[in-house]
Design a protein around this ligand. Structure first.
Ligand code: LER
Ligand code: MN
Length: 295
């Protein structure tokens, strides 16, 4: 089992992220799905400099990105976005794509369920053709109802993966499962060999171990189903602007290099710009909790 971390949760240079995570014992990065931001040759050099490997990438379904949009041209542009992301993963030597099919933060549908389902299958199939030809795996990721109305539970993600193809997988996320699943352990078992990626954060989306989730049981369930790939850390702390805030240094009031879209994406996740100190603490706490489970 390997330890990876995402980098969409804070706007900073890739170099400062890699410096921090390599010092804390991470070996992999699940790079944010922003192919337009990255020169893959430069990224490869930085990864090598800090001894970090690319595990994969997660879609950032912001703005108009939506595989089930009513407008066929918008769907086409959205498929192209995911294909560009997949090409970036291939170029960086990564293995997986965590794919959220619809726009994050959009909770009202545009069309009939049958239409949307057909568009989702069609769109993911186009990506699947590329991933099959290039040794990558797609993990359809269910996320909670406040982020999407489309795929919220493991069984929905499994149904979509099965409709796409035999090698299409699922990416589960402990934070979202805690909100949407009756029994997250039963869901993990039902995914079996289709489970290709596993995102970790606690129930409050703080670092694993800073909430109430049973990490011992989560890890033993992963072992039981034979999942031995990567734990991919994806905390996204809630905003606390009250005097009761246990981390008074957490909010970055003057973030540098954060675009309006990135800020909105953080806000759509119930979070905001956070300080480097707070971010480093969460990165460290995650590693401390998870390292004993790595092999
Ligand atoms: C993606 O991995 C995820 O968990 C979402 O909350 C972000 O869009
Ligand atoms: Mn996730």
């Amino acid at each position: 089992m390997r330890l990876a971390i995402h980098n969409w949760m804070r706007a900073e240079t890739l170099e400062s992220t890699l410096k921090r995570i390599s010092a804390l014992g991470y070996t992999h990065l699940e790079i944010q799905g922003a192919p337009e931001m990255y020169d893959t040759q430069e990224v490869k050099e930085l990864l090598e400099k800090y001894g970090i490997q690319c595990w994969g990438s997660v879609t950032l379904m912001l703005e108009e990105r939506n595989l089930l949009a009513k407008d066929p041209d918008q769907r086409k542009r959205s498929v192209q976005y995911v294909l560009d992301l997949a090409q970036m993963v291939k170029d960086l030597g990564g293995k997986v794509i965590s794919l959220v099919p619809a726009t994050v933060g959009k909770i009202i549908p545009d069309a009939r369920p049958e239409e949307e389902w057909e568009w989702a299958v069609e769109g993911v199939k186009q990506v699947y053709e590329f991933t099959e030809a290039n040794g990558l795996r797609i993990g359809i990721e269910p996320i909670n109802r406040f982020e999407t109305y489309f795929i919220n539970r493991g069984d929905q993600a499994l149904a979509l993966a099965e409709a796409v193809g035999p090698n299409c997988g699922v990416c589960l996320d402990t934070f979202h499962m805690n909100i949407e699943e009756v029994d997250m352990f039963a869901t993990m078992k039902r995914m079996g060999s289709r489970l290709v990626n596993f995102h970790v954060a606690d129930n409050n989306r703080m670092a694993p171990g800073m909430g109430k989730l049973d990490w011992k049981r989560i890890m033993s369930t992963l072992a039981e189903i034979g999942y031995d790939e990567t734990l991919s850390v994806e905390f996204c702390p809630p905003i606390d602007r009250t005097p009761a805030n246990p981390y008074p240094n957490s909010i970055d009031e003057a973030p540098e290099g954060l675009s309006e879209e990135q800020l909105k994406f953080l806000q759509d996740h119930g979070s905001t710009a956070i300080t480097e100190e707070f971010y480093s603490m969460l990165t460290q706490r995650s590693a401390d909790l998870l390292k004993p489970y790595l092999s």
